[in-house]
Design a protein around this ligand. Structure first.
Ligand SMILES: [Zn+2]
Length: 336
């Protein structure tokens, strides 16, 4: 009795063990073997296997298999420094002078360079300075230790101030509240600075004006009336014309603005050239004027504690056909 072959479960169920079927089964495999052999021979050209030949046959062109990555990306083994080249394959950090990765051997031609973050550039540098190949230190001859220290402090200060200005500028651009706060304080600061750099002047008006000589229509008071279309006029032929201005209390005269001549008929009358000021304190000041109708500013040095001032017309710019001298306005100011 031949050994019983394991049968598929379907046949097993169909027929219990009986000899007639069992003997017919072994014939089937032989037929199957022949057909499969023929099949193999027919498809041998495509598969590249010729029956009974161990040599490989012709192969149709195929795409080359992609190279399998042999390296895995891993964290670098050393702390990355600015300028380091980061390997694109394995992620290792390499010194800038290297051409190939020290860990995986890949080319570093297209490697990423580690950049210095912007905030680090603002901070003072620590540790030894690393120079590029061929870079030389600047000539520091003649620079004292104190000078070097001052320079270092200045550099740090400059960086900090720049950073603060940048941040403040961004805040100014973004926040409306901050903007209005800055504007309000900037105006106050501007006024403070003006007070220090540009002193403020307040006008000082005399309470009584007399002139040693004056034309009827052009009294001395016209020189202090605040109008530029009225003027004081005095005959040039007589004695030296003098204006006297009195103040209610002692004042410090620090500046005068003078308009000379008669504005609307400038050439028709003489114009004062030199004025001699005599203060009630006994001090004096000499003022030289230009021959034009524009306001002329004069700073007075010795006008402290003055209760009155005499303005003597010492010399003239001559008018061709004029007979008297004209002066439009004198304004006195005290510094606050
Ligand atoms: Zn690498």
């Amino acid at each position: 009795m031949p050994p019983k072959l394991p049968l598929p479960p379907t046949t097993d169920e169909q027929s219990p063990s009986d000899g007639s079927i069992d003997s017919a089964r072994p014939a089937l495999p032989s037929v199957n073997d022949e057909s499969s052999a023929r099949q193999t021979a027919a498809s041998g050209l495509v598969a590249g296997i010729t029956p009974g030949d161990s040599q490989p046959g012709a192969v149709l062109p195929q795409d080359s298999a992609p190279a399998r990555p042999t390296v895995r990306r891993q964290p670098p083994t050393r702390a990355l420094k600015p300028g380091d080249l980061v390997c694109g394959e394995c992620g290792e950090g390499n010194q800038p002078t290297r051409k190939f990765c020290g860990r995986c051997g890949n080319s570093l031609a297209a490697a990423d360079v580690v950049r210095t973050p912007w905030w680090r550039r603002l901070l003072p540098r620590r540790g030894a300075k690393v120079r590029r190949s061929g870079e030389r230190p600047r000539n520091r001859r003649g620079k004292s230790k104190l000078g070097a220290a001052f320079g270092a402090v200045f550099r740090v200060t400059r960086r900090v101030v720049s950073a603060v200005l940048v941040i403040a500028g961004i805040a100014y651009g973004i926040s409306g509240d901050f903007r209005s706060w800055v504007n309000a304080h900037a105006i106050a600061l501007e006024q403070d600075v003006e007070g220090v750099v540009l002193p403020q002047y307040a006008p000082v008006a005399p309470v009584e004006i007399t002139a040693t000589s004056e034309l009827l229509d052009h009294p001395g008071a016209s020189a202090f009336d605040g109008f530029s279309n009225t003027f004081w006029a005095a005959p040039a032929a007589g004695p030296e014309p003098v204006l006297v201005a009195r103040f209610a209390q002692p004042v410090t005269l620090s500046r005068a603005i003078i308009r000379t001549g008669a504005r609307d008929e400038f050439q028709a009358r003489h114009r004062p050239h030199r004025l001699h000021l005599v203060f009630s304190t006994g001090r004096t000041a000499d003022v030289e004027l230009k021959d034009n109708p524009d306001p002329q500013q004069v700073d007075l040095a010795d006008g402290a504690g003055v209760t009155s001032v005499e303005v003597h017309v010492v010399s003239l710019y001559q008018s061709v056909k004029g007979t008297d001298v004209a002066l439009t306005e004198i304004e006195f100011f005290t510094e606050q």
